[in-house]
Design a binder for this molecule. Sequence first.
Ligand code: HEC
Length: 109
Amino acid sequence: MRTSVLPPALAVLVLVAAMWVPAWADDTAKADADAQNIFNSTCGWCHQGGGRVAGGIGPKLMATDKSDDFIVNRVKNGKEGRMPAFGASLSDAQIQALLRYIRNLKPES
Ligand code: HEC
């Protein structure tokens, strides 16, 4: 009978979700912390104030009007003579985390 099969199946599903979601949230938190470190060590000497301010070699990134695609593409491929390409040294996940870092930038108080 269907009704007797469904509740156990649902219970398993809930259990799997309960185990999976915290692990996934942890990964995201870790990736975000990594992105901050990568930014500070790799990007910050050109993009000043953690990307918050203009006046460095690279432009201010906070509140950029560029699209996600543009940002990912710029980080992967750089800009000849101006910004190095990071597509070989950073993973897609790291670049996505850097994108989130840039999107979440707020003025320092
Ligand atoms: C050697 C200096 C330098 C480094 C290191 C550097 N950038 Fe850049 N970045 C630039 C310059 C210069 C530009 C402007 C390029 C142009 O003329 O379009 C730029 C542009 C960008 C843009 C596009 C912004 C816009 O509005 O056009 C993003 C996003 C960006 N950089 C992110 C990063 C990230 C993330 C890193 C580290 C992984 C990084 N940059 C490392 C110099 C640098």
